[in-house]
Design a binder for this molecule. Structure first.
Ligand code: PLP
Length: 409
């Protein structure tokens, strides 16, 4: 069991009053998580005592900055059980990870008529880069459907995964339904037809133990800011031989071995994919976030979120006129509850909840096709993390009753 009250003291922002006497109830970690003092301190220390450009200076300060930045990469590699840290590429966010693969791997390996398999529950980050690739190459995109429970319809896999499929890119955890997908089974199914598998782990790595070798995925992407780390940093993991064979995505300093007026040769992994001065403080901050989460334990964090999700599903089921989308059982769900209320627009729900200091997200959550399939333009979404308490869920439910009252439901 997590000591949630103690954990809450690690997050300065959780002491904030949104309005006089009304404390912040932060239920939007799926959009971006709050930051513990350990991460803030690591970044502050870097800027105060360690800042210099990395990989360049032959002086002590630059070496110290390089060591801090590269040691963070080692710890992040360990956190996802990557075989080597050379397979852990710093990018800006999960979105950039997908763009990198769709551009660098996609342009060289995908041709007209080839198929790219996605699912109907993807975030735009795992949709748009592939649509752009399909536009460039003439490839065809197919979408594995989800069923009424917001679960992928696995019985359809043999129809959708064929020898034409070049890559199957799917989310490990849906950012709307919360559905936890059977990653290993999906990766194996892709490999069985000779396709690669890429995992969107943006909602998985922050919330559960992830082991890229156990999953055997070819690529995996996630963002630092959803896992207690800073914005501006994310990770693309890839299998060594694939990354070795791929051309660079962006060109410039740091990613080269030699440049002449006639052309250039590329640096080794991972720096071949890291052009220009990187997000140094952010890499160090993400390293501190990984240390923080590791100290608490990913299994304990996951168990806490399952407990809170179960509590929330039960409590929300008591609110009349409210429908929670996605799996009804917490064990099939990450800490996400997207819901709609008859006759009340999700934006109105979010605005009224804000008056009680409660921060939730309302909109399409960058999953417009999913909402279109449900016949919705938007939903409201409460999402939970290691610091969420049952008292906060009670406040959410009380506030939702007030919304009903305001709208005379
Ligand atoms: N994938 C999923 C499932 C997400 O929830 C998100 C963010 O909401 C992303 C990808 C994209 O993350 P970012 O905007 O940090 O690149």
């Amino acid at each position: 069991m997590l000591d949630v009250e103690k954990i809450r003291t690690d997050f300065p922002i959780l002491q904030t009053e949104m309005y006089p006497g009304i404390p912040l109830v932060f239920l939007d970690s799926a959009a971006s998580s709050q930051k513990p003092t350990a991460v803030l301190d690591a970044m502050d220390y870097y800027y105060r005592a360690l800042h210099a450009n990395v990989h360049r200076g032959i002086y002590r300060l630059s070496e110290d900055a390089t060591n801090a930045y590269e040691s963070a990469r080692e710890r992040i590699a360990h956190f996802i059980n990557a075989p080597t840290s050379t397979q852990v590429i710093y990018v800006r966010n999960a979105t950039e990870g997908f763009n990198l693969v769709a551009y660098s791997w996609g342009n060289t390996n995908v041709q007209a008529g080839d198929e790219i398999l996605l699912t109907e529950m993807e975030h735009h980050a795992n949709l748009v880069p592939w649509q752009m690739l399909a536009e460039r190459t003439g490839a065809i995109i197919r979408y594995l459907p989800f069923d009424k429970q917001g679960m992928l319809d696995l019985s359809l896999l043999p129809q959708f995964l064929t020898e034409k499929t070049k890559i199957f890119s799917f989310t490990a955890v849906s950012n709307v339904f919360g559905t936890i997908n059977p990653v290993k089974q999906l990766v194996d199914a892709a490999h069985a037809v000779g396709a690669l598998a890429m995992v969107d782990a943006a909602q998985a790595v922050p919330h559960m133990a992830v082991d890229v070798q156990a999953w055997d995925c070819d690529f995996l992407a996630f963002s630092g800011h959803k896992m207690c780390g800073p914005t501006g940093i994310g990770i693309l993991y890839g299998k060594q031989e694939l990354l070795e064979a791929m051309p660079p995505f962006l060109g410039g300093g740091d990613m080269i071995r030699r440049v002449t007026f006639d052309g250039s040769t590329w640096n080794e992994l991972p720096w071949k994919f890291e052009a220009g001065t990187p997000s140094i403080a952010e890499g160090i901050g993400l390293g501190a976030a990984v240390d923080y989460l590791t100290d608490i334990g990913m299994d304990a964090i996951h168990a806490h979120e399952q407990f809170i999700t179960h509590y929330a599903l039960e409590a929300l089921s008591e609110v009349p006129d409210l429908k929670v989308w996605g799996p009804a059982v917490a064990s099939q769900k990450g800490g996400v509850a997207a819901f709609t209320m008859a006759k009340v627009h999700p934006h109105d729900i979010a605005e009224l909840l804000d008056k009680d200091g409660i921060a939730i997200r309302a909109g399409h959550h960058c999953a417009m096709p999913l909402h279109q399939k449900l016949g919705l333009s938007a939903s409201a979404r409460a999402s939970f993390y290691l610091h969420t308490t049952t008292a906060e869920i009670d406040k959410l439910v009380a506030s939702l009753h007030r919304v009903r009252h305001v709208f005379r439901l």
